[in-house]
Design a protein around this ligand. Structure first.
Ligand code: ADP
Ligand code: GLC
Length: 484
């Protein structure tokens, strides 16, 4: 099959979260199945094009008000022959942020930027004389592809569209003043499902117009059809239930492999865990914690937003962390960036508590060291469509402590003190108390159930989280869309 991925993020070129990892790893896995997979994404200013080939054509993309011009660079995903086209448009993408900046978290012209990406995908295919069988859009930024394909791209009648929902919490809601720029007739404002309380909702348009919908875990596929986690689109999702599947993300097992991980001071594997102890020591040094091999170390790597439970962890006067760190013989490290109240709080906790240290910012290298060096990985998510870190953790012999939601519920099984079964520690209520108790439970087990924890680590490390199985599910989904 000819498969076009239209995306705002793809690792390693541009990454704000798990979407980037998921798109690249899925593309590589589909390529390994023999498909012709190509990715189109923006060329943001931080992506150096020095080594990329400039395509011999420019793109002219008629939008509602103007014809936009763009250059296209071509490269490959690392360690793969999956083609990536980078759309170079200085006015829209020549910026340092993907969606926004510190001062402007959601760029004022995002509706235009990503409508342009969605339309340019078709003009690129025209230029390449390449007809995708499948156009696969991801989240709100490329949702409009499905609308364009359905209503205004007669040359692509044979193509089918899939929209993957990686996070229903972000829908791309913008003023309807942008609508004319899309170059779509006004009937489609309602007709294509774009209208949302008199504004534009890009994701809603995609959910209405795509041939098929997927999301990134079976549990999340059910949850988003309920009022609690449906983010006001649950009714629409229930109406499209027959076309919605949940396919669990895999992880890139080349990048996330403790046996070969070049970021680690010492690699390790299931039958020789001595390297993990070295990683713990280096991690403690790196964060300025006391080097204590036998003190349990809980870690977190995360975007610092409410989705990830940061309020229940860190909110002054309410969050769990100060009590946890004072009451228990443990250490904690956090790597993240996000909401400024939370960043400030992390800095103040780091100076107040000797056994708590945070690092603000984004670091791939530290993320790897943390996965390897920690004993436990904390994910108290309010909701979690899939979550990648718990799978990295399991593979690195680091036991997850997580809320039973979305993909976390699908990938972690709860510790059973009687039988020793399980791969992590789960809780249901999103309250500081539940987090405190569950961390306490894990720490108790660390000191008192050493053998059971060792067996749990081995169990986690031997699970298969590669993309092979999930890519086959996408393959089947594409085929059923195409009726082949
Ligand atoms: P989400 O996409 O909702 O943020 P995921 O668990 O799917 O959650 O993916 C998050 C990805 O981003 C993981 O690969 C994680 O390691 C990475 N990540 C998040 N914050 C940071 C950070 N500050 N430094 C390095 N990696 C980070
Ligand atoms: C989103 C979700 C996360 C998921 C990722 C990749 O960012 O928040 O749970 O793992 O997309 O699909």
């Amino acid at each position: 099959m000819h498969i076009l991925m239209v995306t705002s993020e793809a690792a390693p070129f541009a990454k704000a979260g798990g979407l980037a990892d998921a798109v690249s790893a899925l593309s590589k896995a589909l390529r390994r199945l023999g498909h012709d997979v190509r990715i189109i994404m923006p060329r943001y200013s931080f992506i150096s094009t020095e080594e990329f080939a400039l395509q011999p054509f420019g793109l002219f993309v008629p939008m509602g008000e103007a014809t936009e011009k763009a250059l296209v660079y071509k490269t490959l995903l690392p360690d793969s022959d999956t083609t990536v086209y980078l759309l170079d448009h200085e006015g829209f993408f020549g910026r340092s942020g993907i969606y926004g900046s510190k001062d402007e978290p959601d760029y004022a012209d995002n509706a235009k930027r990503f409508a342009f990406l969605s339309r340019a995908a078709f003009r690129l295919c025209d230029n390449l004389r390449w007809k995708p069988d499948i156009i696969h859009a991801h989240d709100w930024p490329s949702s409009l592809c499905t609308v364009y394909k359905r209503y205004s791209e007669p040359g692509y009648l044979g193509s089918r569209t899939i929209l993957s929902i990686h996070n229903l919490g972000y829908q791309g809601v913008y003023s309807k003043d942008f609508y004319t720029y899309f170059g779509l007739p006004w009937e489609l404002f309602h007709g294509a499902g774009l209208e949302y309380y008199d504004s534009i909702n890009l994701l809603k348009g995609g959910i209405t117009s795509a041939d098929s919908l997927s999301t990134v875990s079976p549990t999340y596929a059910r949850e988003i059809q309920s009022p609690e986690l449906g983010n006001s689109l649950d009714g629409l999702l229930r109406a499209r239930s027959a076309s919605l599947v949940g396919i669990l993300n895999g992880i890139d097992t080349d990048v996330w492999n403790p046996k070969t991980d070049s970021y680690l001071p010492s690699t390790y594997h299931i039958d020789d865990m001595s390297g993990k102890a070295v990683c713990k020591e280096v991690l403690q040094q790196e964060f300025g914690l006391a080097v204590e091999p036998d003190t349990p170390l809980i870690a977190m790597v995360s975007r610092l937003t409410n989705q990830k439970g940061v309020k229940e962890l860190f909110k002054p006067g309410y969050g769990t962390v100060p009590d946890l760190c004072k009451d228990m013989d443990m250490q904690m490290v956090v790597l993240g960036s996000g909401d400024s109240w939370c960043e400030k709080e992390l800095e103040s906790l780091s100076s107040a508590l000797p056994n708590f240290k945070a690092r603000l910012g984004y670091s791939e290298k530290l993320a790897h060291l943390i996965e390897a060096g920690a004993d436990f990985f904390l994910m108290p998510s309010q909701y979690e469509p899939c979550g990648l870190n718990q799978m990295y953790s399991l593979r690195y012999g680091t036991l997850p402590i997580a809320r039973r939601t979305g993909g976390l519920a699908d990938t972690i099984s709860n510790f059973n003190e009687k039988t020793g079964a399980g791969t992590g520690f789960l809780f249901d209520a999103l309250t500081p108390r539940a987090i405190y108790d569950t961390c306490g439970w894990a720490i108790w087990a660390y000191y008192n159930r050493t053998e059971q924890l060792r067996a749990m680590r081995r169990r986690g490390m031997s699970q298969d989280f590669s993309w092979s199985a999930s890519a086959l599910e996408y393959d089947a989904l594409y085929r059923s869309c195409l009726g082949i």
